[in-house]
Design a protein around this ligand. Structure first.
Ligand SMILES: Cc1ncc(COP(=O)(O)O)c(C=O)c1O
Length: 343
């Protein structure tokens, strides 16, 4: 096991043993290459560098009580990457190729999988980029698929530290009928300015509204929105949000635990009626949200504030859902939906 202070890990780059990669050239994928060097050589004319022809994924591996390794729902990430690649018009690995390479890179970097009970995990970052030199704006024929891994702790805040967030009314992260539901780099570039302003104002998250009418909640810059109303798990139905695998899993777990589930449009004003609100995503499963400020401009003074529960702890239902997902990821309860691949 690597000599790392597992409890102190944040969400940051760390050099690990290897990355794995595979090139698509002349209409076919080449062999899987494992490389100790995590730098790549790329032509300066590559479309990924100029036109954002790239997509990526994020998933995790966990160490169980008996040392076994679990990878959470890699098939879902493989399918979502295929959807993003189809949108960009580039070749994508098959679900089988994707899963095999995930397994390979996890095994090659086993010593970086944090121990059971540390609260940390191994973050897996598959990335697919348009390769080869070109000048015109078109989908590149050549592609590079690579997977990197890094041990990570909490992304922002923690389950017992509800965060303060702000609605970005003067920015959108996606266009109506645009790329919002695909995991392409451009969506994240779109969110950086708002994120920077929000951080300056002391916020830990930015909540975007539907880009067409700005009436309904869409999602946070890197996580989906959910809320608890009585015994109901409410989440957003929108064609401009990323279909989160964590959210889908939480919906299922909520049903398993006897809750109602609603996926529908959520008007901003409904925030006043929610008992609990949270961000959900692979990075932390759930980050409880204690405050949402609705401001015409992120840096302005005018503000309508929504608060949810006790700002010092996670709401009861969110915590129950969180614990159940973690228990599945660490093999503490039966994986009744066969979500994990065990190595
Ligand atoms: C914009 C956005 N929404 C939602 C999510 C959550 O998706 P998932 O649960 O698949 O990680 C992410 C990524 O983590 C994201 O980047």
């Amino acid at each position: 096991m690597a000599n790392i202070e597992w409890g102190k890990l944040g969400f940051a780059y760390m050099k690990t043993n290897t990355i794995v990669k595979m090139y698509y050239q002349n209409g076919q994928w080449g062999p899987v290459i494992s490389s100790a060097d995590d730098n790549i050589t790329i032509n300066s004319y590559a479309a990924s560098l100029h036109y954002g022809v790239e997509c990526f994924e994020g998933l995790k591996a966990f160490r169980g009580k008996n040392g076994e390794i679990r990878i959470f729902r890699p098939d879902e990430n493989a399918k979502r990457m295929q959807r993003s690649a189809e949108y960009l018009g580039i070749a994508a690995p098959s679900v089988e190729q994707f899963i095999e390479m995930v397994k390979q890179v996890v095994l090659e970097n086993q010593e970086f999988i944090p121990p059971y009970g540390s609260g940390a995990s191994l973050y897996i970052r598959p990335t697919l980029i348009g390769f080869g030199p070109q000048l015109g704006v078109k989908s590149p024929e050549d592609a590079l698929f690579m997977i990197m891994v890094s041990p990570v702790g909490a992304y922002a805040g923690s389950i017992n530290e509800p965060v303060k967030t702000v609605i970005a009314r003067e920015y959108d992260r996606a266009a109506p009928n645009g790329s919002g539901s695909y995991k392409v780099g451009g969506n994240y570039a779109m969110s950086l300015k708002a994120g920077k302003e929000a951080a300056k104002e002391g916020y830990k998250g930015v909540l975007y509204l539907d880009p067409k009418e700005h009436k309904y909640i869409d999602e946070f810059s890197s996580s989906n929105f959910f809320a608890i109303k009585g015994n109901t798990y409410v989440t957003v139905d929108s064609n401009t949000v990323l279909p989160s695998i964590t959210n889908k899993s939480l919906e299922q777990v909520a049903k398993d635990l006897g809750m109602e589930v609603e996926r529908r449009k959520v008007p901003v004003e409904e925030l006043a009626q929610f008992d609990e609100v949270g961000e959900c995503g692979t990075a932390v499963v759930i980050t409880p949200v204690g405050i949402v400020d609705d401001k015409p401009t992120i840096c302005g003074q005018e503000c309508k504030r929504y608060t949810f529960g006790d700002p010092t702890k996670c709401g009861e239902k969110s915590l129950k859902l969180y614990k159940q997902i973690l228990a599945i990821q660490h093999g503490e309860v039966e994986d009744t939906h066969n979500w994990c691949i065990v190595l």
